[in-house]
Design a protein around this ligand. Structure first.
Ligand SMILES: C=C1C[C@]23C[C@@]1(O)CC[C@H]2[C@@]12CC[C@H](O)[C@@](C)(C(=O)O1)[C@H]2[C@@H]3C(=O)O
Ligand SMILES: O=C(O)CCC(=O)C(=O)O
Ligand SMILES: [Fe+2]
Length: 370
């Protein structure tokens, strides 16, 4: 991760660091002190950590509670009912397998496109009793969270001094926005028996050798979701009261260390994504994070990945390019970026392939892996 330790976001508007709890910057979205101070705080957290905890964010609890109830009901279904919504294409129901390049984690999930037509289509196999009930719960949640995402992006636009501070939020409110909603369920080690046989074996990482012996190559390690950065513009995560999320942040010596993020069901955890790093010439940093699954309590998390339309051209904003900080990334479309990312492993630092002067990405687009 690039850590701009010597270059503050803007020389004339250096904000005090947001208060941090256990190394996690926290931004009170309703704090008195004015919009200027708030925008500088949000920009500073996104420049230094690429991550913050948003409290008093204004999203009412009801849409989240309704969505949690609906998705928990889905995950409690018998395996063959859940499999009607899979396998993930990448959208749909998935169990353990993440993406198309061999990544796996101790989780099952639903991955949905966030537009109402796609939600309605997916809902037919997720809530067969009443698909429109499921759709309206998802749409209500997406509407509320998208509004918070826009507010944060506008604050960021102001905080880093863009000519049009709404440049970021305009990308995600376009009718063709490619935003996603993901619901991750990390079962406990002892409820794995509720999954189907295939998934049970995969989650226990059981491998049967040629002579019939059973071995567990990853005994002890419970990687829920492996190390990665989110590819989109910004991600807003809300989870139940079970810990597990970790972010890779610089410590006081500048060394990167994994920081455990204490669970807070009333907060949103905000991640800068790869596209925002590219748009801002690396001033805002796409944070690497992962989930270690708890052995004794199930974690349920919901993440809104705010993305532009597929055809959107991601080109570094001129305000972020200076003589001392020349343009780092070549322009690309979100469709091009997605194609590259799906050919790579979860942990790949894929944005590096779009550095000015790096021609290596012509190969990865054709399916070459790490
Ligand atoms: C291995 C992969 C899964 C992923 C697409 C990718 O090729 C690399 C990025 C992964 C990720 C991480 C954030 C989101 O959970 C996600 C939906 C996304 O947009 O990028 C996943 C992708 C996925 O699970 O399909
Ligand atoms: O489930 C979580 O808490 C985080 C998962 C995540 O980072 C992702 O789905 O991209
Ligand atoms: Fe993520």
């Amino acid at each position: 991760m690039v850590v701009p330790t010597t270059t503050p976001v803007r020389q004339d508007t250096v904000a005090p660091p947001p208060p941090s709890s256990g190394g996690i910057p926290t931004v009170d979205m309703s704090a008195p002190g004015g919009r200027g101070a708030l925008s500088r705080q949000v920009a500073r957290a996104c420049a230094e950590q690429g991550f913050f905890r948003a409290v008093n964010h204004g999203v009412p609890p009801a849409p989240g509670a309704r969505l949690d109830a609906a998705t928990a009901a889905f995950f409690a279904l018998p395996p063959r009912d859940k499999q009607r919504a899979g396998p993930p294409s990448p959208l749909g129901y998935g169990c353990r397998s993440i993406g198309f390049s061999g990544d796996a984690g101790e989780l099952e999930y639903l991955l949905l496109h966030a537009n109402p037509a796609a939600v309605a289509y997916g809902a037919r196999s997720i809530d067969t009793d009443d698909p429109s009930r499921f759709s309206s719960v998802v749409n209500e949640y997406v509407g509320a969270v998208r509004q918070l995402a826009c507010e944060i992006l506008d604050l960021l636009g102001e905080g880093i001094g863009l000519k049009d501070p709404r440049s970021f939020s305009k990308l995600i409110t376009d009718a063709d926005s490619d935003s996603l909603l993901r619901i991750n369920h990390y079962p406990t080690a002892c409820t794995i028996h509720k999954l189907d046989h295939d998934c049970q074996c995969k989650m226990k990482s059981i491998v049967r050798t040629k002579n019939g012996n059973v071995v567990n190559p990853s005994a002890g390690a419970r990687i829920g979701f492996g190390e990665h950065s989110d590819p989109q513009i910004i991600s807003l995560l809300r989870a139940n009261d079970v810990n597990g999320l970790q972010v890779l942040l610089p410590n006081s010596d500048g060394k990167e260390v994994w920081i455990k993020v204490p669970a807070d069901p009333s907060a949103f955890f905000v991640n800068v994504g790869d596209l925002l790093q590219a748009l801002t010439n690396g001033k805002l940093v796409s944070v690497r994070h992962r989930v270690i699954a708890s052995t004794c309590r199930p974690r349920l998390s919901t993440i809104y990945f705010a993305a532009p339309p597929l055809h959107a051209r991601i080109s570094t904003l001129p305000e972020t390019i200076t003589a001392g900080s020349p343009c780092r990334y070549r322009p690309f479309t979100w469709a091009e970026y997605k194609k590259t990312m799906y050919s790579l492993r979860l942990s790949h630092s894929r944005l590096d392939l779009f550095h000015v002067g790096n021609d290596d990405n012509s190969n990865v687009s054709k399916g070459e892996q790490e």
